[in-house]
Design a binder for this molecule. Sequence first.
Ligand code: TXA
Ligand code: MG
Length: 376
Amino acid sequence: MVSERQAERLTIDPTAPDAELVAMAGRALREGKLVAIPTETVYGLGCNALDADAIRRVFTAKSRPLSDPLIVHVDSDEMVSTVVGEPVPGLASLLMDRFWPGPLTIVLPRGAEVPDEITGGLDTVGVRFPSHPVASAIITAAGVPIAAPSANTFSHVSPTSADHVFADLGAEVDVIVDSGRTDKGLESTVVSVDGDSVTVLRHGAVTEEELAAVIAAAGTGRLVPTGGTPANASPGHADRHYSPNAPTLAVLPGVLGSTDVAELAAAAGAGTGVEAGVLYVGYDEDEPSLPADWHFRSLGSRNDLARVGHDLYDTLRSLDGPNVRLIILELTGADGLGRAIDDRMTRAASSVVFRDRSGLLAALGNYDATADVEEV
Ligand code: TXA
Ligand code: MG
């Protein structure tokens, strides 16, 4: 059933935020409304972080499980003390000094004022000070910390434009602030700080290398290496996330290069006609030879991962189409931002990653293209 209700669009120019519109958005938040706001990473679905009813509406709007805690956004170090229970540990202060305002979320002991609804029962809270001028101005105008998960339906791709938010949540929220495309395009990096250890719970717009360099320069603390998927990942970091609607799998770089076009076509043909709707998503540098009726889309240049990150979710959203029956995503295999990009693509592929040609060929042969495309 199509809902009659549509969010109000408030267009705010990030280069010169209109004070009245900012005040309006801030007031709406303080009054308990749901207001989607731009940040430098992705759009967030904001609410007053001290208002349990508003927080519950956020979970309902996103169809998000209550066990998945929300990040609280602040506009200053002072506001941190409203949210965090104990004095901020030295190592966390160091990260705040270096990376705030910016795309780093720090998990710290939770303050007494933070409702249970935010933390999913945990005794910690994730805090971040966004650098987007409209986000920080709206938080200041609201005068309260703002809880904001990414403004997408649970398990869908995070929004990097107001139109993405309208597409997912237009009927669920009160106001959507439109400040154009977001800059980073990938979510914040989530870390926990425990004693002298910093653990990356979610790779994101701040790289592990940047964190390691700051910690090393300070001569105190250590970064706990996470390898692929961190065992103690953020609770909401499920295996299937960021997913397009069509079945999606991922391959390591080089897998397609080692595979013959005829082999691919034969493997796909051995199934039930998958060759009619395969979309291969790779990079400018190495467009692979593909069977005649497969299609190629580029994520951009491997040499500009910031750009790939900026465009990734927009590209993932645009992959869905009536003729797309199967999507194959090629991972970057790179360090730095490549870790966050590969993490999201792996999740978009429900963690189905093929490391060599035989696995991919077998999967194509087994794939049933006549099955209904899954709707999320
Ligand atoms: O860039 C971002 O972080 C965006 C923008 C809007 O700020 N927000 C965002 O929120 O991505 P969300 O809710 O989609 O993802 C937050 C992640 C989840 O994986 C959640 O489990 C984790 O942070 N998280 C939040 N609080 C936590 C805590 N206390 N301990 C561990 N993980 C936590
Ligand atoms: Mg999210």
